[in-house]
Design a protein around this ligand. Structure first.
Ligand code: AMP
Ligand code: GLY
Length: 424
C-alpha cells in the first residue's frame, strides 16, 4: 500500500517513521516533509495546505491512504475533497474539524452539552470587550483567544486590564491574525496541570492513545509566551486510571456522541487539551489532529501497527484493533531556533546529528530542517525533537538530555525541565 503523510514537522516525521514500519506499507510519501522524513519517505514538494495539488498528486500516484498532520488542511476540507474523488484520507470532515477551526463553535458546543470548560464571553468589537473586562465578571489573569486558526499563537494570557484590552485590539483592530481574530473569546483563566488527551474516533466509538503531557510555555518553569509545544512526556504523571475514566466519561465520549447527534460525525484523531483544575478536568481546546510534539513520544510507545488503527477508524470499527503499548516512559525535548516563538533566523547549520544517530535508544525526529549539499540546516522555529523511551521517566529524560548536549546550532534554545512533574 502507498501512504501519503501531509505536513513537514516533527509530528509528521514520527508518523512517517511509524507508518514505514508497517508490513502493509510499500512506499511512504511526505508532503512537503523535511530533512528527516526524506530518509524514510519520498518528499513531495507540495505545501500541506495546497489541497488541490495534494489531491492531484494522490490521484496520479494512486495513493491508497493519506494521513494529515496539521489542522489547516483539515479545517479547509481536505478529507471531503479527497473522498469526492475516491481517495481515502484519515481525519475529520470539514464540518467536524470546526471543533478546532472555531473556538466560538467549540465553546458554544460545550455549553450546549454541559461539557466542563472555563467561563467565557464572545465579542467582536473592542467596546464590547472593554465592557466585559471592566465589569468584573473575570478576574485577572484573563485569557483572550482569536476565534480561528492562528498557528498556536492566538491565545494570549493577560495579567491586567490594559494587557487584555491590547490583546483584543491586536486581534480585532490590528488584525494580527487576519480574519481568525475578527471574533474573540474572552475566557476565565484556569489553573492546574495540563493533559493532552488524544483519541482515535470512528465517529461513534473511540480508542484512546496513551496519556500525554505537553509543555507549552517557551521557558523553564512554564514561563514566557506559549509555543506549539517545547516538549512532551508519556504517560502523563497526573492522569491516573480514575481520572482517565472520568475524562472519558465526562468529556471525550460526550464530545463524540453529541457531534454525531448534531450531524457532525467526528471521525479521526480528537485531541482534547485539558486543564486539571481543583474543580476537576476542564477543556481548554479541541484539536482535530495528532499533537505536535505529543505524537513523537506516543509513536515510540506504540508496539502495534499504526495503520491497523487508522484503517479500522476509517472503516467505522476502531475498537476491532487492540493496540499494544510499551509500559515504559517516553519523552521528547524540542530544540528551537533563537527567538522562537516570535522572530527567528533560519539557515543555521546543525551539528552533532551523526554522533546522536549512534546513541542507542535515542531517536531524533526532525521538524524545521532542510538539507543543502549534504548539510542539515535549520528551516523553522521548532527544529529538532530529541526522543527516547526507557523503563523510567528519569532514565528517559537523562538520555534525551545527554543527546541534546551533543547537538548544536547557532542560538539554539530548549527547555531543561521537560519531564519534571510539578504542581502549579
Ligand atoms: P488553546 O489553543 O486554547 O489550548 O490554548 C493554548 C494554551 O494556552 C493551552 O494549552 C494553555 O496552556 C493556555 N490556555 C488556554 N486557555 C487557557 C485558560 N482558560 N486558562 C489558562 N490557560 C489557558
Ligand atoms: N502540542 C500542542 C498541539 O499539538 O496543539
Amino acid at each position: 500500500m502507498k501512504v501519503l503523510v501531509v505536513g513537514g514537522g516533527g509530528r509528521e516525521h514520527a508518523l512517517v517513521w511509524k507508518i514505514s514500519q508497517s508490513p502493509k506499507v510499500k512506499k511512504v510519501y511526505c508532503a512537503p516533509g523535511n530533512a528527516g522524513t526524506q530518509s524514510l519517505a519520498e518528499n513531495v514538494d507540495i505545501r500541506a495546505d495546497d489541497i488541490q495539488a495534494l489531491k492531484k498528486f494522490a490521484t496520479q500516484e494512486k495513493i491508497d491512504f493519506t494521513v494529515v498532520g496539521p489542522e489547516a488542511p483539515l479545517t479547509e476540507g481536505i478529507v471531503d475533497e479527497f473522498e469526492q474523488v475516491g481517495l481515502k484520507c484519515f481525519g475529520p470532515y470539514k464540518i467536524a474539524a470546526e471543533l478546532e477551526g472555531s473556538k466560538v463553535f467549540a465553546k458554544q458546543f460545550m455549553d450546549r452539552h454541559k461539557i466542563p470548560t472555563g467561563q467565557y464571553r464572545i465579542v467582536d468589537t473592542p467596546k464590547a470587550a472593554q465592557q466585559i473586562l471592566q465589569s468584573g465578571v473575570f478576574s485577572f489573569p484573563v485569557v483572550v483567544k482569536a476565534d480561528g486558526l492562528a498557528a498556536g499563537k492566538g491565545v494570549i494570557i493577560c495579567r491586567s486590564l490594559r494587557a487584555a484590552e491590547e490583546a483584543v485590539d491586536s486581534m480585532i483592530v490590528e488584525k494580527k491574525f487576519g480574519d481568525a481574530g475578527k471574533v474573540v473569546v474572552i475566557e476565565e483563566f484556569l489553573r492546574g496541570d495540563e493533559a493532552s488527551f488524544i483519541v482515535v474516533s470512528d465517529g461513534v466509538k473511540v480508542m484512546p492513545l496513551v496519556t500525554n503531557m505537553d509543555h507549552k510555555a517557551v521557558f523553564d518553569g512554564d514561563k514566557g509566551p506559549n509555543t506549539g509545544g517545547m516538549g512532551a512526556i508519556s504517560p502523563n504523571p497526573f492522569v491516573k486510571q480514575d481520572l482517565f475514566n472520568h475524562i472519558m466519561k465526562t468529556i471525550v465520549l460526550p464530545t463524540v456522541t453529541r457531534m454525531l447527534e448534531e450531524e457532525k460525525k467526528y471521525k479521526g484523531v480528537l485531541y482534547v487539551g485539558i486543564m486539571l483544575t481543583e474543580q476537576g478536568p476542564k477543556v481548554l481546546e479541541y484539536n482535530c489532529r495528532f499533537g505536535d510534539p505529543e505524537t513523537q513520544p506516543q509513536m515510540l510507545r506504540l508496539e502495534s501497527d499504526l495503520m491497523d488503527i487508522l484503517e479500522a477508524a476509517m472503516e467505522g470499527n476502531v475498537l476491532s484493533v487492540k493496540p499494544k503499548w510499551n509500559r515504559k516512559a517516553s519523552g521528547c525535548v524540542v530544540l528551537a531556533s533563537g527567538g522562537y516563538p516570535t522572530k527567528y533566523e533560519k539557515g543555521k547549520m546543525i551539528e552533532g546529528l551523526d554522533r546522536v544517530a549512534k546513541m542507542k535508544d535515542v531517536v531524533v525526529f526532525h521538524a524545521g530542517t532542510r538539507e543543502e549539499k549534504g548539510k542539515i540546516l535549520t528551516a523553522g522555529g521548532r527544529v529538532l525533537n530529541v526522543c527516547a523511551s526507557l523503563d523510567t521517566l528519569e532514565d528517559t529524560m537523562k538520555i534525551i538530555y545527554d543527546a541534546v548536549d551533543e547537538l548544536k546550532f547557532e542560538a539554539m534554545h530548549y527547555r531543561k525541565d521537560i519531564g519534571i512533574a510539578r504542581k502549579v
